[in-house]
Design a protein around this ligand. Sequence first.
Ligand code: SAM
Length: 217
Amino acid sequence: MIEFSLRNDVYRRPLMTALDRLGLREGWRCLDVGAGGGDVSVALAEVVGRDGRVYAVDSDPHARDLVATAAAAAGQGQVIAITQQAEDLLLPEPVDLAFCRFVLMHVHDPAVVLERMGGAVRPGGWVVAQEPITSAGRVGGRPLSMPDARHPDVGAELPALALAAGLEVLDAWAESQAGAGPGPVADYLEHLTGVHPGADAVVLPPLVTVVARRPLH
Ligand SMILES: C[S@@+](CC[C@H](N)C(=O)[O-])C[C@H]1O[C@@H](n2cnc3c(N)ncnc32)[C@H](O)[C@@H]1O
């Protein structure tokens, strides 16, 4: 699955920054919304360990097999893959953390999904979202676009959306990788757009991370 391994490569740094900031620990119960190929689910499982749990939810039934395969390959049997719409989230238990990456940009209503994520965590639990500002990416100085995404710049709205979902925002920032010439940044852009940037300078779309909390009361 080249799509997911490339994304994992170039966007792993923002993921690690977020997990560090959060203080994710062994034993946490987590939810990965729009899990796709399971990169984030497996990364979460590696930290929470055998005593933790990761529910990997995706609306595409095909993702269940991808996640199961990725989790098995990584030896992380505590990943539970579920086919479900994020808008209809229903888990067997409250979780400590609900996470999503590159998902709100595709859903009909990002506010509804953030609300559902807030409802899935225990009071005082964490909601973390990582979404791009596509048009802030650059190739040879020109802005990027992503016509297939419903909300390609939803990253710019993320802190406001989290507040509107009734969450306390603890931190928010933007992060991206840049490059020129051959390398993972150019490969990822080629995968995304079908066009190799050659020697052009590339700034990948910054990911905005919001770290928020469900209020205790
Ligand atoms: C671009 S992929 C991101 C995958 C993964 N989060 C990552 O960062 O590697 C978006 C995923 O969100 C899923 N998705 C889109 N809309 C959804 C919805 N309403 N509910 C649940 N999953 C959804 C898609 O099926 C797809 O697997």
